[in-house]
Design a protein around this ligand. Structure first.
Ligand code: 1YM
Length: 647
């Protein structure tokens, strides 16, 4: 080491050797085709520069020599990254006769196992490192604290402007890199704090115990956050689930190693229907998945099925599918390996098949063990998967039913449907009406140019007895599906939807609430785009009719009733205003129904939001579920509110 340190600290002119010419050609290539090295020269490439530098600091932390990394955006969109590791080596590298620091910043693909030894995983989406950042920076400075000295080196667009120089002494070790992205290379050089913050938070989760400080020091927009997660990816899962209702308190954590590879997996179920799997290879996000995800999914399905059988929850030939097992799952997978193969369109998919074997083995082993030891959690997870399975099965049966019916009947519109004349779905409305008599009034009262009426007669279902899956094969829903014309589930096709306003018109009583709940649940589970796109509405019929002499008015709330009643009396305190409560839609004559509930000029429609639908689905699950106790509690708790069950 000491003889290397004799390298002159002052900048000296020297003749370029063959290897250095190669170096210059190398960095020139980066400037000619930057997209090849950082993906693009748009915002994503700009931010990528930071990740490349930070990756080196993280590698140093993973090697066990560094625990704090600072990332700062300075005025002029200059980036400064600092760590408290060993400092990049400054000794002369024998092959090139140049300081290692210089080689790291001027030779493409330098980095990694330098001078032999040392565990270093090659991360980075493009795995190109510091020299690429240097080539694409208008200027870059690096200062290394090592051996009691501060070594400094400066560059401009990849060219050395100051040879490595000792500029002072120091009492600690570490590396500081400051660079300004070259405006000649990027469409825009303004950094987005949120993008960097998100990435740094991710890195803090993936590398438990490392302190990462992210700071915006640009004048007028100062902010910073210090991040350190002792729980690592467990805390990552908690973070993703923070606004969701977890089905079990503890995040399940599993890890294992084989040869030079390691895998860790953290997961927790929540009560939603979404699957969130976030995977990483060598701290690089792999949004397209790959072998680590495959290994995980396969093991999860196998373990849950085996456990379900063993615990007596799955009987006979009953099985849950992979998708069933992942409904409501939030999972983070992180693998580290020596020679990561990134594949796919955006090099965001892990190709190493040995990792599939490793993850599969870890999950098969550890998850089984966890479920054995935590039977309550095991049961909860299995029940969630079985519920998902029933819903999926029901959807499939319903789809087949519809297909069969269409084949038999030539996809005719339901007989009860009173269709409208207009054919442009953007202009048409369908009223799904509870009961034949209300349906009759609606048919007479409507504007048949653009309003269609579909009555659903009779009681829709017996809440106490009907099983969830029976509901979807339900004859009453088939006309709804055919009338809307857009199909179901995966095959739902918005293009074919026949009306862009789907209005549920039901009474404000318990039966009406049941029908609304059923329809919303049905739309939520099988025609989700209908709700997402805001096509579903609830009609809001009035509650009161007020009459004085020949004048009649309606009120939608108690307050409104009192206000209107006072208005109708006017200055005459003795005037008699007759107030009656509408018992149901069926009671209104066609004209009343039109004026109060259907006329676009005077009606009130409530657009159904996703939250409404989720709530309906929850209530439905509760009412239809096998658990008697929570159902009874719910009904008792809501008995008095039955009049407006879901609004
Ligand atoms: C702010 C950026 O680059 N830190 C950093 C980089 C290195 C080391 C320490 C390091 C690595 C090794 C030995 C080793 C790098 N060294 C190299 C190379 N922070 C930042 N901190 N000693 C120090 O890997 O053996 C490349 S990066 F190649 F020179 F060893």
């Amino acid at each position: 080491m000491s003889e290397h340190m004799e390298h002159s600290p002052t900048a000296v002119e020297h003749e370029y050797g063959a290897s250095e010419i190669q170096v210059l050609e190398g960095l020139e290539a980066v400037r000619k085709r930057p997209g090849m090295y950082i993906g693009s020269t748009s915002s994503s490439g700009l931010h990528h520069l930071v990740y490349e530098i930070v990756d080196n600091a993280i590698d140093e932390a993973l090697a066990g020599y560094c625990d704090t990394i600072t990332v700062e955006i300075l005025d002029g969109d200059v980036i400064r990254v600092t760590d408290n590791g060993r400092g990049i080596p400054v000794d002369i590298q024998p092959q090139t006769g140049r300081p290692a620091l210089e080689v790291v910043y001027t030779v493409l693909h330098a980095g990694g196992k330098f001078g032999g030894g040392g565990y270093k995983v090659s991360g980075g989406l493009h795995g190109v490192g510091a020299s690429v950042v240097n080539a694409l920076s208008q200027w870059l400075e690096v200062r290394v604290h090592k051996n009691g000295n501060i070594y400094e080196m400066k560059f401009s667009r990849g060219n050395i402007t100051q040879e490595m120089t000792i500029i002072g002494t120091t009492d600690h070790t570490g590396t500081e890199v400051v660079f300004k992205p070259d405006p000649e290379m990027f469409e825009d050089t303004v950094y987005d704090y949120e993008i960097l913050h998100k990435r740094m938070r991710e890195q803090a989760f993936l590398n438990a115990g490392i302190h990462i400080l992210m700071a915006d020091r640009r004048s007028g927009q100062e902010q910073e956050e210090s991040m350190c997660y002792q729980g690592g990816i467990r805390e990552f899962v908690t973070f993703i689930n923070k606004n969701k209702t977890a089905l079990h308190e503890e995040v399940i954590y599993m890890s294992g190693t084989k040869d030079d590879s390691m895998a860790e997996i953290a997961l927790q179920y929540n009560d939603s229907y979404n699957e969130i799997i976030v995977s990483f290879a060598n701290n690089v996000h792999t949004p397209e998945g790959g072998m680590h995800e495959e290994g995980f999914k396969r093991a999860l399905t196998n373990v849950l099925n085996a456990y379900g059988k063993k615990a007596g929850l799955l009987k006979g030939d009953d099985k849950v599918s992979g998708e069933d097992c992942r409904e409501g799952l939030t999972c983070v997978i992180s693998v580290k390996l020596t020679e990561a193969q990134f594949e796919g369109q955006t090099k965001a998919k892990l190709g190493n098949s040995e990792i599939r074997t490793l993850v599969n083995a870890v999950v098969s082993d550890k998850l089984e063990q966890f479920l054995e030891e935590n039977p309550v959690v095991g049961r909860t997870i299995l029940e969630k998967a079985m519920m998902a399975n029933r819903a999926r099965e029901a959807a499939r049966r319903a789809r087949e039913n519809i297909r069969r019916k269409n084949a038999l009947e030539g996809a005719t519109l339901p007989g009860k449907l009173a269709d409208c004349y207009e054919r442009d779905p953007a202009l048409t409305e369908i009223y799904i009406v509870e009961g034949d008599s209300a349906g009759g009034s609606a048919k007479q009262g409507r504007d048949s140019r653009f309003q269609a009426i579909l009555p659903l007669w009779g009681k829709m279902l017996n809440v106490e007895k009907a099983r969830a899956d029976k509901v979807y094969g339900n004859d009453k829903l088939t006309p709804v599906i055919t009338a809307l014309g857009a199909g179901l589930g995966d095959e739902f096709d918005e293009e074919k939807l026949r009306y862009h306003k789907v209005v549920i018109m039901a009474d404000a009583d318990v039966d009406g609430a049941h029908i609304r709940t059923l329809l919303l649940t049905f739309f939520f589970r099988f025609m989700r785009p209908l709700i997402d796109r805001g096509y579903v509405y609830a009609a809001v019929p009035p509650l009161y009719k007020l009459t004085r002499g020949k004048v009649t008015r309606v009120a939608f709330t108690d307050q409104e009733r009192d206000k209107i009643s006072a208005e109708m009396r006017g200055d005459n305190p003795n005037a008699k205003v007759d107030i009656s409560r509408f018992k149901g839609l069926g009671e209104m004559d066609p004209h009343e129904l039109w004026e109060t509930t259907m006329n676009p000029e005077t009606r009130t429609l409530k657009r159904i939001t996703l939250e409404d639908a989720v709530r309906a689905d929850e209530i439905f699950t509760l009412l239809m579920g096998e658990k008697v106790e929570p159902r009874r509690e719910y009904i008792e708790r809501n008995a008095d509110k039955a009049m407006n069950l879901d609004y």
